[in-house]
Design a binder for this molecule. Structure first.
Ligand SMILES: NC(=O)c1ccc[n+]([C@@H]2O[C@H](COP(=O)([O-])OP(=O)(O)OC[C@H]3O[C@@H](n4cnc5c(N)ncnc54)[C@H](O)[C@@H]3O)[C@@H](O)[C@H]2O)c1
Length: 355
């Protein structure tokens, strides 16, 4: 079992990583301090892993709230319904919410915990690789409204993250790759130990328990350090947008259909690395290393027919931009990110054309 401590938003909490991370005394102890405990559990995870979830439920005398998976259910409308349900069940300011699932469940239950009674305690039990290395760390929680993704949200740090690697045994490769894309990002922007680990493994070998534990430890640890320095994204946290400025625009242009998040982020990283290279910040060899990783893990391969004007338009509406300009996180050498970089539109267009 590995442990990371996160200090962010005036809070200190542990991220436990490994097989059995959710079985220890931590969740029961937090539940004992609460008047009620509600487990918001992904329907799919309950189907696949009832034997892991049920003891935690019984051990805390928690109330189960099953949640349908799918981005469409991470919605403000359902948050309203959930608040009513919590009230009906006697939940109060002293209650605890435990989110068990991927980023969709974590974001939804996290947002509900942040808003209910102006904020109640929260535990994340992430069950996808992406949720373990990214969405459960750092306190961002949000739900979607009809006009856009993650528009209503908050910064709400959990009291504990229990990344129990036993869940990952049933995660399909397509979902594993979404998480791998985020670990590639963390490797490129600062965690060089991850670069070696990713280069030395394959999509199969990375599933070995000790390798997976190390991958999560390094990747989540990197994110924890970044958000520890800048919880509210007033500066450094913006480096985590590397690959996402272009990636989100591609996903949004394609209406989130026919492309996975990991694939879109990998394409985004390809473009943003290309911009960094064209600006003379990176060598061709350094960008080649990224291509080697995408081949290894089956990300960002093949040519894509993209409406470049459309991608540019979608980038302008990204909520992370302001003042009418698109700002990028770029790399001045591997492991040395810079943020808030304005990029000439002609250069951006040329880099997009390489896709
Ligand atoms: N808050 C943040 O900082 C942050 C960061 C990144 C992404 N996100 C959000 O996270 C979400 C994406 O998260 P995700 O990639 O985990 O997707 P997800 O939650 O949609 O899960 C992906 C799929 O995997 C299934 N699943 C979950 N655990 C499983 C398991 N152990 N075995 C088999 N199947 C399993 C789910 O049922 C679902 O079908 C998006 O809504 C995104 O906006 C938030």
């Amino acid at each position: 079992m590995r442990k990371i401590n996160v200090a962010a938003g005036g809070k200190n909490y542990d991220v436990l990583i490994g097989s059995g991370a959710m079985d220890g005394p931590d969740i029961p102890e937090l539940a004992a301090r609460a008047d009620r405990t509600g487990f918001v559990v992904s329907g799919r995870v309950m189907e696949l892993h009832a034997e892991l979830v049920t003891p935690a439920l019984e051990g805390t005398r928690g109330r189960l709230f099953p949640m349908k998976d799918g981005e469409e259910n991470k919605n403000y409308r359902y948050a309203g319904e959930f608040f009513n349900l919590l009230l009906k069940e006697g939940f109060s300011r002293r209650s605890l919410v435990v989110a068990v699932g991927g980023g969709v469940v974590g974001d939804f239950a996290g947002y509900c915990a942040a808003a209910f009674m102006r904020g109640i305690a929260l535990v994340h039990v992430p069950t996808t690789l992406l949720a373990m290395v990214d969405s459960s760390i750092g306190g961002k929680v949000a739900v979607n409204v009809d006009a856009g993704k993650n528009i209503v949200g908050a910064f709400h740090q959990p009291s504990l993250v229990a990344a129990d690697t036993r869940f990952l045994g049933t995660l399909p490769d397509s979902e594993l790759k979404n998480g791998i894309a985020e670990t590639v990002k963390h490797a490129l922007i600062g965690e060089t130990g991850l670069l070696d680990l990713l280069r030395g493994n394959t999509l199969d070998s990375i599933r070995a328990p000790e390798v997976m534990e190390e991958l999560i430890f390094l990747s989540a640890g990197f994110k924890a350090r970044v958000v520890g320095e800048d919880e509210r994204e007033t500066g450094l946290r913006a480096i985590l947008n590397f690959g996402h400025t272009v990636g989100h625009a591609i996903e949004s242009l394609l209406d989130y259909r026919g492309i996975s998040h990991g694939e879109a982020v990998a394409l985004g990283m390809k473009v943003e690395l290309d911009i960094s290279r064209r600006l003379g910040y990176l060598s061709a060899g350094e960008t080649e290393l990224f291509i080697e990783l995408t081949r290894k893990y089956g990300l960002a391969q093949g040519q894509l027919r993209l409406d470049i004007a459309g991608v540019l338009d979608h980038m302008k509406y990204d909520k992370k931009n302001y003042g009418g300009t698109i700002r990028f996180a770029l790399l001045k050498g591997l492991g040395n990110p810079v943020f808030d970089q304005e990029v000439d539109i002609g250069l951006l267009r040329e880099a997009l054309e390489t896709l």
